[in-house]
Design a protein around this ligand. Structure first.
Ligand SMILES: [Zn+2]
Ligand SMILES: [Zn+2]
Length: 178
């Protein structure tokens, strides 16, 4: 079976940004990547006190909109995410559902009171997408701080790693899928 990545934006995400992302992901995973229609989600889905979206709330909505098991799903959202064990997350991977989720919220330079920079946002997003999809393609965390599978705890660590796998991870990637 050919590996497939289906990108699902939540609400509006820039089309050129998504096309560029799809192309880079095809190159990293040797899988076909395509952008699906976006999933509409209003702010009423957020936890009103925290102003954040609970990861499981989003997962449930995505899986009910895409019940078919057809490749890896990669969800991109602007909402800030949290889960039971974490105050916030950049993203998450659910291997059982083949579902990866990445939040752009804390990847924007503006979040850190820095100037808006579409290229920085793109590179950070690509790194987080490569990481979460890496889990769906069978990879675990890597101790190489430059490897895409390094677990970044802060935006500094995200900036320090690359959007590529180290040699070891690159050899292992996708064995389950190909
Ligand atoms: Zn991880
Ligand atoms: Zn690695």
């Amino acid at each position: 079976m050919e590996a497939k990545i289906r990108i699902v934006p939540v609400n509006a995400v820039d089309g050129a940004f998504l096309d560029r992302l799809a192309l880079c992901l095809e190159e990293r995973f040797l899988a076909r990547a395509r952008v699906e229609r976006s999933l509409a989600l209003s702010r009423s889905a957020l936890n009103a006190t925290r102003g954040q979206l609970f990861l499981s709330t989003l997962s449930a909505k995505v899986l009910s909109a895409h019940p078919e098991q057809d490749g890896a799903l990669l969800v991109l959202t602007d909402f800030d995410l949290y889960k039971t064990s974490h105050r916030f997350i950049f993203g998450d991977a659910d291997e059982a559902q083949s579902l990866a989720i990445v939040s752009l919220h804390r990847l924007r330079p503006e979040f850190y009171s820095e100037e808006r920079d579409p290229n920085v946002l793109f590179q950070r997003t690509l790194k987080e997408c490569v990481h979460e999809l890496g889990h769906l393609f069978g990879l675990k965390h890597c101790f190489n701080a430059r490897c895409g599978m390094y677990y970044a705890n802060s935006i500094f660590e995200t900036d320090n790693k690359t959007s590529y796998f180290c040699e070891t991870c690159d050899r292992r990637v996708g064995r389950a899928h190909r």
